[in-house]
Design a protein around this ligand. Structure first.
Ligand SMILES: C[S@@+](CC[C@H](N)C(=O)[O-])C[C@H]1O[C@@H](n2cnc3c(N)ncnc32)[C@H](O)[C@@H]1O
Length: 148
């Protein structure tokens, strides 16, 4: 199965929503697919477009699990979102951090508060191992590594 079709399981959605900072109101879910993340975000004002690349504006937070087929599209969406908010909660392949020094540097310099490792069973049949990046623009402290 192609990773483009992997919708976020409910328990992972809950984990991601639990990271949304207090006082957040507007949220962009750039690539909603079947809407699992949107459904998990209950009372927030959520923008969930059919075509992310047609969307502009700024949001209190971005909560996302973008398509990764090809991988470059997922990275492109992450970088574009980095210009639209100060807070990003992103389900990404581990490769995001470990196969490009440039990308690791960009993400770390933007602000990376924590990386939550997801067990392989989170996306059965997927060829890539995933994690949740909790990014806060301007954060300069050490990055926390979490298991769930
Ligand atoms: C990995 S799935 C995740 C879906 C959803 N974000 C979730 O967390 O369950 C990625 C989704 O992105 C959608 N998608 C792909 N390109 C898109 C685009 N340009 N704009 C909006 N959605 C897009 C696909 O339909 C696919 O369902």
């Amino acid at each position: 199965m192609d990773f483009i079709n992997f919708q976020t399981p409910e328990w992972v959605c809950k984990e991601m929503v639990s990271l949304i900072p207090p006082n957040t109101r507007t949220i962009l879910e750039p690539t909603p697919g079947a809407g699992n993340l949107v459904n998990a975000m209950g009372d927030y004002v959520v923008t969930a477009p059919d075509d992310f690349f047609a969307v502009t504006g700024r949001y209190d937070a971005v909560v996302m699990n973008p398509p990764f087929s090809p991988m470059a599209v997922g990275y492109q969406i992450l970088y574009r979102c980095m210009g639209m908010t100060d807070t990003i909660i992103a389900l990404m392949p581990w490769l995001t951090l470990i196969n490009s020094e440039r990308r690791t540097k960009d993400i770390k310099e933007w602000g990376l508060r924590s990386v939550t490792h997801l067990p392989r069973r989170a996306f059965q049949g997927a060829r890539v191992q995933c994690c949740i990046l909790f990014m806060k623009r301007g954060y300069e402290g050490r990055t926390e590594f979490l298991f769930i």
